[in-house]
Ligand binder design. Structure first.
Ligand code: GLC
Length: 501
């Protein structure tokens, strides 16, 4: 048996990719297609810089009274934790893929916590179903959690258990304990929720079941990530999610938020901003979109929205790849998958980001794992040159996502004039996609013109690091910080302060 091993696969910067020995066998017309894809998907240093600069002006626009594409939502999270927060809190995490209920205890030991949690699948039908079904399903999960973990301990006498609700969609908040959904993202499309405050919707479903819970804070996952990361690392200045969706939060000064001027908050008071940067460049001024990005947008439930997110987030990476493959079969002279039935491959959203991860992770020189993947999942047999093209396409899509992500991070750091800090990041793409971190770090280096490292161990001035659990621990910390704020008499942006007493 011949074992092929050790494929050189690392490509932090698409420009530095070079043909492996095996590429020499790729026929000329196929090589030409690879070259075309490289031209479409490569974002070079000067483009990265141009995107980041435009990003800075768009972040500022979002904070202005007139507003812009990026919502820049004030969250009423008005402090960083100091590590000495304590108490037990309930948190609900409604992300894009799963539903999670947690009970978090912030212990007396600095920066430490205990957590018990249950995960529930978010049924696919719910994402495009009826509003009531969504809230009822969530209320059922909360009830199940309470029954399991609080069976015989009723909540505070006659009272209700306060809940930090991590609702990871763009929501405008006049108060921390409300959230008006601006628009669904991440493929959700449920009528009757956009433009509405979601808190009473969830509370109505809880009340009708007699579940003794009230929502005390509505939180974005990025804000949770920022706060949870700062709990253990005071150098954390930005919280990012690179998962099903893509977004970031950072701490702004109230004096730099013109759209909050009417609140007369002290200019130096901190306010966490949920950027909702997935909406960056909805007007298509700088992002180098390919024909595949245009199809993704057109076929999505919200065309014209989330232009940046649609090029980066896990929900879309597999679909971009699928569209390239189908195009290579249908419209090009190279006859990719010639004579084979493409039934499986033609199903929209049938490939997720883990499919691309697996291709990029294939360690074999002959790309055996990739061949198996195509045969098992898509019923397609690939020639060796086709496998090379497949691998290169995955690298291009994954590398572009990482490099574009870095533009957002660089923009926040530039806007805040931060030369050096830590950025806490979470999400399936950040945690699981091969080389995502190294490719992002390389792009940051190019955008910010850092000199070469003196040693491998040397930290970059801005490091993107794995974050603490934002949607659980972050939500608990935000509840604790809000409680502290109520006790200190700062009731700005709190609709029901009595829920914190
Ligand atoms: C989408 C949501 C945003 C969230 C992000 C990551 O961009 O609009 O609120 O933070 O996904 O989950």
């Amino acid at each position: 048996m011949v074992v092929f091993l050790d494929r050189a696969s690392f490509a932090p910067n698409t420009n530095s990719w070079c043909l492996s020995g095996s590429m020499a066998d790729v026929p000329k017309d196929l090589l030409q297609e690879i070259k075309k894809l490289e031209e479409q998907f490569t974002v070079d240093t000067s483009k990265l810089k141009q995107i980041s600069d435009h990003f800075v002006t768009e972040l500022e626009k979002g904070l202005s009274v007139e507003g812009g594409s990026i919502p820049m939502n004030p969250t009423w999270v008005m402090a960083f934790p100091d590590g000495y927060e304590t108490g037990t809190y309930l948190a609900l995490d409604m992300g894009g893929t799963n539903l999670r209920v947690c009970e978090i205890t912030l212990t007396d030991n600095k920066s430490e916590f205990d957590i018990i949690q249950s995960k529930y699948r978010m049924p696919e039908e719910l994402k495009t179903g009826e509003s009531e079904e969504l809230w009822e399903y969530i209320a059922d999960c909360l009830q199940q959690f309470i029954d399991t973990h609080h069976g015989d301990t009723p909540p505070t006498e006659g009272g209700k258990i306060p809940l930090g609700f991590t609702f990871s969609y763009p929501a405008s908040q006049n108060y921390i304990d409300e959230g008006v959904l601006q628009r669904w993202t991440k493929g959700f499309d449920i009528a009757g929720v956009e433009g509405e405050n979601v808190v009473p919707m969830l509370e109505a479903a809880l009340d009708s079941r007699g579940v003794p819970i009230k929502v005390s804070a509505l939180i974005n996952d990025t804000t949770g990530t920022l706060i949870a990361s700062a709990y253990t690392d005071p150098r954390m200045a930005v919280g990012c999610i690179f998962g099903t969706g893509c977004n970031a939060a950072y701490m702004e000064n109230c004096g730099s938020i013109p759209k909050l001027a009417h609140m007369n908050l002290p200019a130096d008071a901190p306010m966490a901003i949920n950027c909702e940067w997935g909406a960056f460049d909805n007007e298509h001024k700088v992002l180098p979109r390919t024909p595949y990005d245009i199809i993704i947008d057109k076929e999505s439930p919200r065309p014209g929205q989330q232009a940046f997110e649609k090029m980066i987030a896990g929900l879309y990476l597999g679909e971009i790849f699928r569209l390239v493959m189908v195009d290579l079969h249908d419209n090009k002279d190279i006859h990719m998958f010639e004579g084979q039935d493409l039934k499986q491959l033609r199903k929209p959203y049938s490939l997720d980001a883990s499919f691309l991860s697996a291709i990029e992770d294939d360690p074999f020189e002959n790309l055996q794992e990739t061949a198996d993947l195509f045969s098992d999942k898509l019923n397609l047999a690939c020639t060796r040159p086709e496998l090379e093209l497949i691998r290169r396409t995955a690298e291009l899509i994954g590398t572009r996502a990482a490099r574009l992500s870095a533009c957002g991070v660089a923009a926040i750091c530039k806007k805040k004039n931060m030369q050096s800090c830590h950025v806490g990041a979470d999400g399936s793409v950040f945690n699981k996609y091969p080389h995502f971190k190294a490719r992002g770090a390389q792009a940051l280096r190019e955008i910010l013109d850092w000199p070469a490292k003196k040693s491998l161990r040397e930290e970059d001035p801005i490091e993107i690091l794995a974050a603490e659990d934002g949607s659980g621990v972050g939500a608990a910390l935000i509840a604790a910080l809000t409680l502290k704020r109520v006790e200190a008499g700062n009731l700005a942006g709190i609709l029901h302060p009595e829920n914190f007493r």
